[in-house]
Design a protein around this ligand. Structure first.
Ligand code: P6P
Length: 299
């Protein structure tokens, strides 16, 4: 459903650009709001979910009680990177599933505020040259490609493992002046300054799911550090960092906030941000060691 919307968005955008409304005279909604409605509509009446949380909604989202309250919770970013849609850069949907903690009835915020280590399933859909679903339920990472001729996802990679050392490093280097000295030293090493031991190619397209997916398959490390303007980083813990950290871990990779494993962070808020360092195991360890050495161990 969202793939169909994304594939059509360029057309709607052109129509929307003519006036401020589309040809039906409707106020054109932002695509990520439309995707959010698609997700809520798809999961509110499954009887599997007791409460949802979305990047697009300030508060927990109730499910339709007529269909029963299920034993799981669902957190999602319906369309991460949607600002890239106008220039046809790949974007994605990220999801995270937990067992409810409360016993019965409608789920609550406390059911959503669980650490990533307790996820029962997580993954993403990347809307790129093809539409690819990547998920784990704790038994490896599996990759499916949507076959639009039959409207079904078909398995293309079973139990993938990410290389221990990657080809790429992904970070927005325009923030260099705002980073700690530790992250500045890391990026200098990735550029091959001084020694070629850690040199990597730079790849950063400003779309988390696309950057993560490339690095998962080819090996690499994605960094969105805390900086002087964003002391908690930009990315969200519950429906961006934690689900991707579960996938990375299951594929033999790693993820932390630079010091603490993402999966061990106890969330305090639905939209809590976290610095993110994620990807190939040895690359993540190199960044953590360099930052600890240069910036000092955590206080
Ligand atoms: P910056 C997109 O807006 C997003 O949330 C992620 O998909 C992406 O990785 C990040 O922000 C890019 O942020 O500050 O580098 O533009």
């Amino acid at each position: 459903m969202i793939s169909g919307l994304v594939r059509r968005a360029g057309l709607v955008d052109v129509l929307g650009a003519v006036g401020q409304t589309n040809v039906q005279g409707e106020e054109q909604q932002k695509l990520d709001v439309i995707a959010d409605e698609a997700m809520k509509g798809a999961f509110a009446r499954t009887g599997r979910i007791c409460v949802m949380g979305s990047e697009e909604d300030e508060d927990p989202i109730p499910v339709d009680e007529a269909y029963g309250y299920g034993k799981y919770t669902l957190l999602f970013d319906p369309l991460d990177g949607s600002s890239n849609i106008d220039v046809n850069v790949s974007i994605g949907t990220i999801f995270s599933i937990h067992r409810r903690k409360t016993s019965d009835g409608a789920g609550t915020l406390s059911d959503l505020l669980q650490p990533g280590r307790d996820q029962v399933a997580a993954g993403y859909v990347v809307y790129g040259s093809s539409t690819v679903l990547v998920y784990t339920a704790g038994f490896g990472v599996h990759v499916f490609t949507l076959d639009p001729t039959i409207g079904e996802y078909r398995l293309c990679h079973h139990d993938i493992k990410t290389p221990e050392v990657g080809k790429y490093y992904s970070v927005n280097e325009s923030y260099y002046s705002r980073w700690s000295n530790g992250y500045r030293e890391v990026v200098r090493a990735f550029k091959g300054d001084g020694t070629k031991d850690h040199r990597k190619n730079a790849r950063y397209i400003g779309s988390l799911v696309a950057d993560f997916h490339r690095n998962l398959l080819s090996g690499g490390v994605f960094m969105y550090p805390a900086d002087s303007r964003s002391p908690q980083g930009k990315l969200r813990l519950l429906y961006e960092a934690a689900p991707l950290a579960f996938v990375a871990q299951q594929a033999g990779g790693a993820a932390s906030d630079g010091r603490t494993p993402i999966l061990e962070i106890e969330p305090a808020g639905l939209h809590q941000r976290t610095p993110l360092l994620i990807g190939s195991k040895d690359d993540v360890a190199f960044v953590e060691e360099t930052v600890a050495r240069v910036d000092g161990a955590p206080t």
